[in-house]
Design a binder for this molecule. Sequence first.
Ligand code: NAD
Ligand code: WQD
Length: 351
Amino acid sequence: MSAPSTILVTGGAGFIGSHTCVELLDHGYELIVIDDYSHSTPQVFTRVERIADRFVGAVYELDIRDRRALSAVFDRHSVDAVVHFAAHKAVGESTRMPIEYYDTNVGGTTALLQVMREHGVHQLVFSSSCSIYGDAGRGPLDESTPAGPTNPYAASKWMCEQVLADVCARCPEFTVLALRYFNPVGAHPSGLLGEDPGGVPDNLMPYVAQVAVGRRERLPVFGDDYPTPDGTAIRDYLHVMDTAEAHRIALDHLADGPGLRVFNLGVGTGRSVLDVVSAFGSACGRAIPYQIMPRRPGDVTELVADADAVARAWGWRPTRDLHDMCRDAWRFQQLNPHGYAGPGRHINSKH
Ligand code: NAD
Ligand code: WQD
């Protein structure tokens, strides 16, 4: 089987999706992109095209749960493989809106699988998450670590992996790569693409960036009483450009073997919240004001990848470090202080 050349990307207007679109366009792939813009804006594609110096290809505004509309896209295009990013991803929101999360994340994935099967498309790269490991303990976690999701978002990703395992067991023509990302951050080095959460950022890096640019007064640091060297929690931050590159390489390896294969995507190095604060301060040339707050409910002490399996399988490792992540996130924030939409306007958010 040769490497696929026409790729359908769901959620292609989002943070990781848009960077992956650039990476795939740069490597000659033809794209068909689907997004409902519930957490993004179509303006992203103008920037993707500027960076890649190519048209994105066919772009459809649709909800992946809409089987009929999805099917019409597969009728119109000859799709070799699908990269499936579209999902809701906010952990806190998922505890308040579990039905919406299971419906979009699990229901969206089963709708996609059904339409893929009907159209004879059997190659899929799926966005999974380190959150499926829950509070698995200290030290690097490899892919055999038992799943223990602790919130509906993480459970939805784990359920998707189980659905994919069952589908692959029943339908041997399917080949699926589930990539468990740790903490993708950073931005495209051009400063044209980056992370643009609507409202108050849930995640650390965009919050720090908004403090640096003066949109927020200080960073709340959630807990300094963890059993870590500086008392703040440890994560494995991965540059979004490395994340995007991993998807392009995954497409080359879809045909390596049948069934579902699962890989962690991380650097393999743990960084504390205060490490990020300090690295961002160096990148932007000023100290980031912060205030120690109580722990955030549901947070774990440490989540770090054992990222050796993907290195062994594909000969690939991330190449960008925390300094690169902060520098690029800062460039995006400086060039787009109010995100893609500009001051006073917000990215769609149905929730
Ligand atoms: P994002 O919110 O920026 O992108 C998701 C995109 O999917 C958005 O453009 C959104 O509008 C779209 N979308 C949502 N529901 C849809 C639907 N029903 N139909 C069509 N489009 C829909 O998120 P991201 O950070 O780019 O994450 C991409 C994927 O990676 C998600 O599946 C997420 O769960 C997973 N993931 C992200 C992280 C992270 O830290 N960013 C970590 C692990 C896994
Ligand atoms: C990182 C650290 C916070 C904000 C989430 C999802 C996970 C995955 C990656 C999708 C934690 C601390 C944060 C702030 C802070 N996404 N923090 N002040 O929670 O590790 O993982 O994104 O799959 O599923 O749970 O990422 O960036 O929110 O937090 O002190 O304002 O920064 O407590 O220790 P997290 P995060």
